[in-house]
Structure formats: C-alpha cells, structure tokens
Ligand binder design. Structure first.
Ligand code: HEC
Length: 146
C-alpha cells in the first residue's frame, strides 16, 4: 500500500509542473495567438520585454532610422546609396542569429569591429548612456516577428 502511494505522488509531481508551466505559458501567449507561433519559445522567453523610452525611440528614428528605417526593415532614406543593405530587423533569421551582447557590441563599436560592413557606424557615446543602449537593443528586438 505504501509503495502504491509513493508511486502516485511521484507521478503527480511532474504532472503539477507541467500544469503550472502551461498556465504560465497560456496566460502569456493568448494575446499573440499567431498561427505557427512556437509555444515552447513563449515559455522559455519568460522575462517581460523592456519598454524603451519615448526619447530613445526618437533617437532610434533620428540616428538609426535613416539607414535601418523607422520601421526597421532596412529601407531608410539613406539605404539606397549603400552597397551593403542595412540589416532588416524584421527578419526572423536575423533575430535568431544574434545575441543581445552582439547587438550592444555592434552599436558601440560599429560594423567593422565585428567583421561586418564599416557602413554600420559606431556609437561610443552610448557606452556612457547605458539606459539608451539597452533601449536600442529592445527597439531592435521589438521589430522582430512576434
Ligand atoms: C549609415 C547607415 C547606418 C546607420 C546610421 C546605422 N546602421 Fe546599423 N547597419 C548598417 C549596415 C549597412 C549594416 C549591415 C552590416 C553588414 O551586414 O555587414 C548594419 C547592421 C546593423 C546590425 C546587425 C549587425 C549584425 O551582426 O548583423 C545592428 C544590430 C545594427 N545595425 C544596429 C544599428 C543601430 C541600433 C543603429 C543606431 C544607433 C544603427 N544600426 C545605425 C548601417 C547603419
């Protein structure tokens, strides 16, 4: 009899874990509800996204938008004159292939320092304005497919 109870509890623990994970996953994925959105990804991505300040959004448009576009697609007003297209931030492959640290390094040190095009300028002033730098990372991420 004892043995049976132990077995029952052992079976219930993972079940409870799965259920609690699901309720968390569901509450956060309901709003998105997109077809084909990977449910597993939603659960793994537990941290709420950073909300960039209005000032940072304006700064993105003024500094980055001329190349990357106010909409992040890489089609800003200056983009056409360059041989290397400014990165399209709405690309799923791009978002998956880059870490937040790599985005920070790209913005602080420019494209050349990471073996990319020197057309991507360096913004060393953001090293002393960490909040704005973090906002830039959040803005770049925000353009990604939901
Ligand atoms: C003068 C045009 C220009 C401006 C202004 C500019 N970029 Fe870029 N950026 C580029 C180009 C061109 C690339 C593509 C480089 C490559 O693929 O070799 C790029 C690439 C990137 C990448 C992707 C790097 C990678 O590893 O794929 C990020 C992130 C980025 N830019 C962020 C920013 C942010 C944030 C700003 C504003 C603070 C900004 N850029 C301003 C031209 C620009």
């Amino acid at each position: 009899m004892r043995r049976f109870r132990l077995f029952t509890y052992a079976a219930l623990v993972p079940l409870a874990l799965v259920l609690s994970a699901c309720s968390r996953g569901c509450s956060c994925s309901c709003g998105h509800g997109g077809a084909g959105a990977g449910a597993g990804q939603e659960v793994a991505d537990a941290k709420p996204p950073r909300v960039p300040s209005e000032a940072s959004r304006n700064e993105y448009v003024a500094r980055c938008g001329k190349c990357h576009g106010a909409d992040g697609t890489g089609n800003g007003p200056s983009a056409a004159q360059y041989k290397t297209k400014p990165q399209d931030f709405t690309s799923r492959d791009f978002q998956r292939g880059i870490t937040d640290d790599e985005i920070r390094a790209m913005v602080l040190k420019g494209g050349k320092a990471s073996g990319k095009s020197g057309l991507m300028p360096a913004y060393p002033d953001l090293a002393r304005r960490r909040e704005t730098l973090e906002d830039m990372v959040a803005i770049v991420r925000d353009f990604g497919p939901k």
